[in-house]
Every structure is written in structure tokens, then in C-alpha cells.
Design a protein around this ligand. Sequence first.
Ligand SMILES: [Zn+2]
Length: 188
Amino acid sequence: MAKRKKARKTRKKPLDMVLGKRPRGRPGVRPSEIRGRGDHYRRLFKEIWKDVGEALLKARTEEEVSRAFDASPSYKAEFAPVASLIQKVFRGPKFPKRPEPQRNFLADSLAGRGLISPRRSRDICERERKTKVHYIIRQDYYIECTCRYKGPALYGQCPKCGTDRAYPPIPVLNREFYKTSPSKRGAT
Ligand SMILES: [Zn+2]
């Protein structure tokens, strides 16, 4: 146990540095992966539910669950291995009544592929969808100006005296670009 903890710790640091973002959770059940898979399954079920939904809901055995995907054979390999999990989700007390919530509920429940409980898989999907992703919308650089200002530039200018002239010239920087609003620059 102690050994495993240590191995995880030493591995984390370089990954942080490369990705700039700490991957949470153990490999295979990272929240972002689960959410991504949940989204993928939602789209997929939307597409195939008319073909497989009815047979899937009627299935009484794992074999029948697996056979329900005969109507969409390319996905059989993906879902036959989690047939028992699918049945477990259907039998759960919170399984919705209408088709669209049903297929989304199943998608999120299966996103953990049984490595975590369906309930936990759904919770992770929900939480990750709420997580806001942030973007750098302005980048400036450090300057030293003949007016004696030292520090970050402001939109490519010296914030103290306002000059944007550099000697020797430095590759800059479209000031108009920085002045446009972030949404117009394509950041969302
Ligand atoms: Zn200055």
C-alpha cells in the first residue's frame, strides 16, 4: 500500500509539468476520461437507441443484452462485456422512465466501464460537466523601459510612459489583437 502511494507521487510531477494540468484519479478512471466516455456514449445511444433500445430494456439475461446489439453490430464488442452492468443499471431504483433520460442515464452509468460503480460514474460525469475550463486570454511580457519602469508590459506598451517602441526592436505583438474582446478572438 505504502509502496503504491509513493510510486504515484513520483509519477505525478513530470506529468504536471508537461500537461500543465494535474490528472486526477488513477489511470483508466480519470474524471475527464469518464466524462468524455459518457458524452461519447450519449451521442452513440442517441443514434442507435431506436434500433437497440427496446430489445435492450426487455432483455432478461446477459445473453439477451448482448443480442440486443445485433441491430448495431459495430457496437457489440463495446457493450457485450458490460452486459451485467447494463442490467444492474436497469434494475436500479433511479432508472428513468422516458427514453431520452434512460439512454443518457445508461451512458453516464457505463462511462466507468464497471471499474467504478454506476452511481459514481454518473456523479463524475455530472461534476465534470459543471467544471469550467479556463483559458489564458492575454499574454504580456516582462519589460525594462528607459523611463525606469520594470515589470510586465500592458498590451505591449510600457504601463508607466506608454511607449511601445523597443530598441533593439523586439518581435511584437499585435496590440489590436489584445484589445479585441476575448470572445471575438475565438476564446470561449
Ligand atoms: Zn516606460
